[in-house]
Design a protein around this ligand. Structure first.
Ligand SMILES: NC(=O)c1ccc[n+]([C@@H]2O[C@H](COP(=O)([O-])OP(=O)(O)OC[C@H]3O[C@@H](n4cnc5c(N)ncnc54)[C@H](O)[C@@H]3O)[C@@H](O)[C@H]2O)c1
Length: 568
């Protein structure tokens, strides 16, 4: 077996985190939960995370594993927390002593909750639950406060909690965040092969589209808003109105709905429209739609007049976290998905979750498979949030905008690290080799997200059997994907067809199977393994998923003989 490690890249940009530090019993957790509610942000408590990771309460951890082991994990968790954005993060009492705390606090709004020693002692209650002070609470509290005084004063703005209710403290902390976090809409910069481009994520970012155009394309003339027909009257109209209000000359065009737009006939219609409007390289295309619409519009933009600048405004979760960033544009041909395409980097991307209001929940679920993939690859705490998440509206996890934001930052980081898809970006194929086989063999009846979900668990199980993936990951993933509704029963599949479809994967070099599996700190590309061995976990899952599933008989209109798996 050969194994190429693909470590997760650094994540940049993003809405500032709110970091809470301070001695035990100063209210970091309870005020943190309330402040998060006030700010509409998710909350993470690093001590609780440590307990989950180690499988026992902190007093037990101190007793059985010792403080040193806890501190080691604490440092690790601080590093992982620094990969999040827009999150309220409560840290442990001694966290400020780690080098990693400074990394987490840099770029964040950091608040240190304070209280006098006598009040801390009173609030602590039963000292047995606080192993560091249990022996002699009063003197130990004073000793530790003195030891940590410098670190606390350097850690952030102090908020005195003396005599204040938790609600009052939460209000003060939230106000501090509002005053100090400079920009609610987060900006991530993607370095393309030729130039950098900004990706804005957040509710209301559409209002900033005109400003973005001015900074990115100062000489741009007319704007051609090209939309997927499903969103022409909603998101498309909103984009046009926003730009007209800003004084722009706006022209409009439309492609078909979803995958139907990825046909040469639809692109030809678009070229005809461009010709009728005399669109040239001085104009700019604003593409509005899901992944399919963006692929088709981007392909038309890449080829018209040898390439017109374009900006993407995605309207599905999948398009926000995947298709809109990275510059891959393509149409389908001869039954093979994405077989004709190009690289044409957008000049800017605007991901505004308010455009998802019209999206059916089943399509939202589908897109979340890519969010789970991103979490597995590059953000253990995002994965933890997905594993812990209990369904909110329409069975979807809470903080959808936040989830999208994290995944966008991850995709942007991979694209920036490998703009032309020659190395690290292969990580993004995690689960997709299996998924493409499944999709193609079902004539694309199995939705992409469902296929990716199966593929992710299969890749994790393969990774475990190769000794590269943590043992509890497959079960965690199954739990998270199941709750999102991505592991419902599947139709029974013909194994020979799935195998044949898998073998057509264009990503495989010289015909040799290669699979991306999760590995600590990122992923690993494994090759030189027996194909049947690699397929074993996949068959297991398909058997589990299709136990009660219907036979697959219907063949959709767009399926054709000889269709192979799609290059991403
Ligand atoms: N270029 C890339 O890097 C890349 C990456 C991943 C996937 N893709 C491509 O993306 C496509 C899948 O994208 P998708 O999952 O977004 O599907 P999609 O674009 O086909 O959209 C799904 C359906 O939802 C409709 N729709 C879109 N936005 C809507 C909204 N806000 N409200 C209501 N309806 C809406 C569409 O008309 C379509 O019928 C595939 O063709 C895939 O090959 C491309």
């Amino acid at each position: 077996m050969r194994e190429l490690r693909l470590p997760a890249p650094a994540l940049r940009g993003g809405q500032a985190n709110l970091v809470l530090a301070g001695f035990s019993a100063t209210g970091k957790t309870s005020a943190g939960v309330l402040a998060a509610e006030l700010l509409g942000m998710p909350f993470v408590d690093l001590d609780q995370l440590a307990e989950r990771r180690l499988g026992s309460s902190l007093p037990e951890v101190f007793l059985t594993l010792g403080e040193a082991r806890f501190r080691e994990l604490e440092a690790e968790l601080l590093g992982e927390a620094a990969r999040l954005s827009g999150t309220v993060i409560a840290t442990g009492g001694g966290a400020v002593l780690h080098r990693e705390f400074a990394t987490l606090a840099g770029g964040a709004v950091a608040v240190v909750l304070t209280a006098p020693p006598e009040e801390i002692e009173e609030r602590l209650g039963d000292p047995a639950t606080r192993p560091l002070v249990a022996s002699a609470p009063g003197p130990r509290i004073r000793e530790l406060l003195a030891e940590r005084a410098l670190a606390y004063s350097a850690a952030g703005t102090a908020v005195d909690t003396t005599g204040k209710s938790i609600q009052e403290v939460a209000g003060l902390v939230a106000d501090r965040y509002r005053a100090q976090a400079n920009d609610k809409a987060q900006r991530v910069t993607v370095s393309g092969p030729h130039a950098e481009y900004p990706v804005l994520v957040g509710e209301g970012t559409l209002d900033r589209l005109d400003g973005l155009l001015r900074s990115q394309l100062p000489k741009a003339g007319r704007v051609v808003v090209v939309s997927d027909q499903a969103v022409t009257d909603s998101a498309g109209a909103l984009v046009g109105e926003t730009l007209r209000t800003a004084g722009r000359e706006v022209l409009t065009a439309a492609v078909g709905r979803g995958e139907a737009s990825k046909q040469i006939a639809a692109v030809t219609e678009l070229w005809d429209r461009f010709q009728a409007l005399a669109v040239d390289r001085g104009d700019v295309i604003v593409a509005v739609g899901g992944g399919a619409g963006l692929d088709a519009i981007g392909f038309a933009a890449a080829t018209w007049a040898r390439g017109i600048p374009w900006v993407t405004v995605p309207t599905t979760i999948l398009a926000m976290v995947d298709a809109s960033i990275g510059g891959k544009v393509a149409i389908d041909r001869g039954g093979a998905k994405n077989s004709v395409g190009a690289f044409h980097q957008p000049r800017a991307v605007v991901c505004d979750p308010s455009l998802l209001l019209t999206l059916p929940a089943s399509l939202a679920r589908d897109g979340l498979a890519e969010v789970v993939k991103s979490a597995v690859l590059a953000s253990p705490l995002l994965l933890d949030a997905l594993v812990q998440a209990r369904p909110a509206g329409e069975g979807l996890p809470p903080h959808l905008g936040w989830l999208i934001e994290q995944a966008v930052r991850i995709k942007a980081a991979y694209v920036a690290a490998d703009p032309e898809d020659l190395g690290l970006r292969q990580s993004l194929n995690l689960g997709h080799t299996y998924a493409h086989g499944l999709e193609a063999a079902s004539d694309y009846l199995v939705p992409h997200g469902r296929a990716v979900a199966i593929g992710l668990v299969a890749a994790a199980r393969l990774g475990v059997s190769l000794g590269l993936t943590e043992e509890d990951l497959p079960a965690q993933l199954q739990g998270a994907l199941d709750r999102i509704g991505l592991l419902e029963t599947l139709p029974s599949m013909d194994r020979a067809r799935v195998r044949a479809a898998l073998l057509l994967d264009k990503k495989w070099r010289r015909g040799e199977p290669a699979f991306v599996v999760p590995a600590r700190g990122g992923a690993a590309l494994v090759s030189g393994i027996d194909l049947d061995f690699a397929l074993e976990p996949f068959w297991e899952l398909l058997a589990e998923a299709s136990r009660e599933g219907p036979e697959l008989t219907a063949v959709p209109a767009r399926a054709r003989a000889g269709s192979g798996p799609a290059p991403r």
